[in-house]
Design a binder for this molecule. Structure first.
Ligand SMILES: [Zn+2]
Length: 62
């Protein structure tokens, strides 16, 4: 458990899945599109498989 200001972060219980903020579907599957390999690092976008909305963006370097 961790705290940021007055917000508490804790592990979600097993079996819980997020809901798409757009179509409200339960996201037991999230689509990922990844580009870039190796030294450049990778960039990924996350998409709802139900309504194809953009859910998030991720970039990391090795
Ligand atoms: Zn959706």
């Amino acid at each position: 458990m961790d705290n940021i200001g007055n917000i508490t972060l804790e592990e979600a219980p097993d079996g819980k899945a997020p809901h798409c903020p757009y179509c409200k579907a339960v996201l037991t599957t999230i689509w990922v599109r990844t580009e870039g390999l190796g030294f450049q690092g990778q960039k990924s976008i996350l998409m709802c498989p139900h309504c194809e909305s953009f859910l998030g963006y991720n970039a990391w370097k090795r």
